[in-house]
Design a protein around this ligand. Structure first.
Ligand SMILES: Cc1cc2nc3c(=O)[nH]c(=O)nc-3n(C[C@H](O)[C@H](O)[C@H](O)COP(=O)(O)OP(=O)(O)OC[C@H]3O[C@@H](n4cnc5c(N)ncnc54)[C@H](O)[C@@H]3O)c2cc1C
Length: 376
């Protein structure tokens, strides 16, 4: 599409910042809106597969991401009770070459800052909560709850699992509580002196699991995230503070190595885990969705962020290649829906990396290696 096309991105999360940075790089005028007053440092980490490194490379920030995060030596799967090692996917130089990039664990706030560095500061408008979108003959008008309006040619809805833009494209619906609560904690590594902790381990139980990893090369801070069944929550229950007991009760009978980690948890946050049922309508006229706004997955494959980043790469390419918004969005949907559908299914099964299986298709994916396709 013509470089004069004005593009608005709603949501300055992983998807929104990625696509905005890439579109800006291509010479488009991009404006990003977020409801938050400003960015704040939420205490959690994120795992990013090698496909995202290729997008960061395109943006010129791969080295920044690697420097801020940690390249784990392996992804290890262990049994919650016996501690038996069920799988170990090694991330050495050979694997990095095979996948075409590193696997990186990073603090979310660091990832946001790095993505943000690809945008001019005046591009981003905080305190702009989208209220609605009106269609006009030559574009669309965004309305915000602060009374402001913005006229644009294209809208990218990257406003997360509770997306307002999604409601306009697909009709209103609520996220789906998946019957499990996430327990999250970070703590200094010095609190687990003597407890063995690998760079990145997933502890597997029958109906629950816990992921433990470092978020930087210094390995001075640990992040643990458990998922345990609960009937007491639903999709509208707000996150709340928990305690170490929530971990200990959720993983009663845990192996000593895991017990040692949970004993270090002090500040614990609980939140309901939600996803969305698959819906392949990702666009409507001049409006398109990206990231969790169109395909929120359960965080059991640790792939939602990677999908949001890959979306950004393909959407930016499709906008540059398309002859109209509809044409561009058709290309984007054709390139993304099947892959994202596979990730949605595997995330729901919660089977990824439990035991050895092919991983090339996921980590080896390169959003720049595929020719853009219009075929469904
Ligand atoms: C517990 C947990 C652990 C996870 N772990 C991983 C992991 O290890 N690896 C991985 O790849 N993924 C992981 N995920 C998934 C990942 O966090 C999400 O898929 C990813 O953050 C989606 O990015 P996004 O940009 O689409 O949405 P978000 O990050 O949710 O960003 C949406 C943005 O839109 C803004 N917004 C919302 N509504 C409006 C509005 N009306 N107007 C203006 N702005 C608005 C919000 O303020 C926010 O900044 C995890 C998820 C959870 C819940």
């Amino acid at each position: 599409m013509d470089k004069t096309a004005r593009i608005a991105v709603v949501g300055a999360g992983i998807a929104g910042l990625t696509v905005a940075g890439l579109l800006r790089q291509q010479g488009y005028s991009v404006t990003v809106f977020d409801q938050a007053q400003s960015f704040w440092r939420i205490g959690s980490g994120i795992i990013l597969g090698a496909s995202t490194a290729k997008v960061m490379r395109q943006l010129g920030i791969e080295a920044d991401m690697v420097r801020a995060g940690v390249k784990p030596d392996a992804f290890v799967s262990r049994d919650v009770t016996t501690g038996e090692v069920l799988n170990e996917l090694v991330f050495d130089a050979e694997a990095e070459g095979r996948f075409g990039g590193p696997f990186v664990n990073i603090h979310r706030a660091d990832l946001h800052q790095i993505l943000l560095s690809t945008l001019a500061p005046e591009t981003l408008h905080f305190d702009h909560q989208l209220a609605g979108i009106d269609h006009a003959a030559d574009g669309v008008r965004l309305s915000f709850t602060n009374g402001q309006h913005f006229d644009t040619d294209l809208v990218i809805g990257a406003d997360g699992i509770r997306s307002v833009v999604r409601d306009l494209v697909q009709g209103t619906s609520a996220p789906r509580y998946v019957g499990k609560v996430a327990l999250r904690a970070t703590f200094p590594t010095e609190k687990i002196a003597g407890v063995p902790m690998r760079d990145c381990t997933k502890w597997w139980g029958d109906d629950r699991h816990l992921l433990a990893y470092y978020m930087s090369e210094r390995r001075d801070e640990c992040y643990i995230m458990g998922a345990v069944p609960s009937d007491d929550w639903d999709e509208s229950t707000p996150p709340r503070e928990g305690s170490r007991e929530d971990f200990l009760n959720g993983f009663a009978g845990a192996h000593d190595d895991l017990l040692g980690l949970m004993m270090a948890a002090e500040k614990v946050q609980l939140l309901p885990i939600c996803d969305r049922t698959r819906n392949d309508k990702w666009s409507d006229g001049r409006i398109v969705l990206a990231g969790d706004a169109c395909h929120a997955v359960r965080p059991f494959m640790a792939a939602g962020g990677s999908m949001a980043i890959e979306d950004g790469a393909i959407l930016a390419r499709a906008i540059a290649a398309g002859s109209s918004p509809e044409d561009a969005f058709r290309i984007y949907e054709t390139m993304r829906i099947t892959r994202v559908g596979d990730v949605q299914r595997i995330s729901a099964e919660n089977s990824w990396l439990k035991t050895p299986h092919p991983t090339e298709w996921f980590f080896g994916y390169d959003p720049y290696a595929h020719e853009l396709s219009k075929a469904a």
